[in-house]
Design a binder for this molecule. Structure first.
Ligand SMILES: [Zn+2]
Length: 306
């Protein structure tokens, strides 16, 4: 049974661009005092009509440069980062036969540095994300930015011109200074208003009640995952064989979802909203229990999805 009934993509590659380390006890209830690895996962989707689509990008060399001096060095002090050229998202795509220009779209789950550090490597890509997520960080600089896990220089100079923002909140006003339209994706002929945002109903048993059909073809459904970061989104996507839910940082491991092990309250320090995080985490647990065939993929899990 395929409860989500998405139109299938060709293939999805789960990749990692570097990793950081954390004390395990902070990240999962019952964890040890050991430092454990948190791979910076991203996904590469081969879409039947759009071409190549990424969900996040992981770390990059630029992340190391941007965090080499104070105050951004605090970021790396808190989460020591391990990254080499071979880990770079673009290098890994080249290894499976693609080039930077092949990436048509990058879906940004949220604006933490370990998710956006590779954006500058893809000059032709458009960007989709929740307007609330960008609004939360777009004017932050210096220490305030670092506290939000955001490094402004990771965004390409023409980021806003290449952006398409979505929103789950009908009363959220998209700032007029941002250029946010659907026109490029709708190939110029479809009026933006008839295309964006297109709400997608999810199965009635789903704890997440609706999503946004990002391309209007039923293949990529964005789901609102508030709490870890304002405006964080996940992505429902299916191949012919398997349904996936890329849940970004709504949970840090598959084990946390399987055994209902939320992070230590101390991890709440980096959450934009602790109660929101817990509510979203609980919904993920329900999703896992009600749809056992759905593969839920956290960005930073060490388990390799099937
Ligand atoms: Zn994050």
């Amino acid at each position: 049974m395929r409860p989500f009934q998405l139109s299938p993509i060709h293939q999805i590659h789960f990749l990692r661009a570097g990793y950081c380390t954390h004390r395990e006890w902070v990240t999962i209830r019952g964890g040890t005092f050991r430092s454990v690895r948190f791979p910076a996962g991203f996904a590469c989707i081969e879409h039947p009509t759009m071409g190549l689509i990424l969900f996040d990008t992981g770390y990059s060399e630029r992340f190391l440069i941007e965090t080499s001096s104070y105050p951004a060095s605090l970021y790396r002090y808190l989460t020591p980062v391990y990254f080499s050229e071979a880990d770079r998202a673009l290098t890994q795509l080249q290894r499976i036969g693609y080039e930077a220009q092949d990436v048509a779209l990058i879906i940004i789950s949220h604006f933490h540095g370990d998710h956006i550090a590779g954006l500058r490597d893809f000059p032709r890509a458009q960007f989709m994300y929740a307007a609330e997520a960008y609004e939360q960080v777009r004017n932050l600089q210096g220490l305030a930015a670092v506290r939000a896990g955001y490094l402004p220089n990771l965004l390409p100079d023409d980021f806003e011109e290449r952006s398409i923002a979505i929103t789950f909140n009908p009363s959220f006003a998209v700032p007029s200074s941002s250029s946010m339209t659907m026109s490029a994706l709708s190939k110029g002929s479809t009026p933006a208003s008839s295309f964006w945002p297109m709400h997608a109903a999810l199965p009635p048993e789903s704890p997440f009640t609706s999503g946004i059909d990002l391309l209007g073809d039923g293949s990529m459904i964005a789901v609102d995952l508030p709490g870890h970061a304002e405006g964080q989104i996940g992505l429902l996507v299916s191949t012919n064989q398997q349904d996936y839910f890329l849940c970004a940082d709504a949970a840090w491991s598959s084990k946390a979802i399987r055994f209902n092990l939320p992070p230590h309250p101390l991890a709440g320090l980096i959450m934009s909203n602790r109660q929101g995080y817990r509510a979203t985490f609980n919904k993920l647990i329900q999703l896992y229990q009600r749809f056992p065939s759905l593969q839920i993929v956290p960005s930073h899990c060490t388990e390799v999805p099937k």
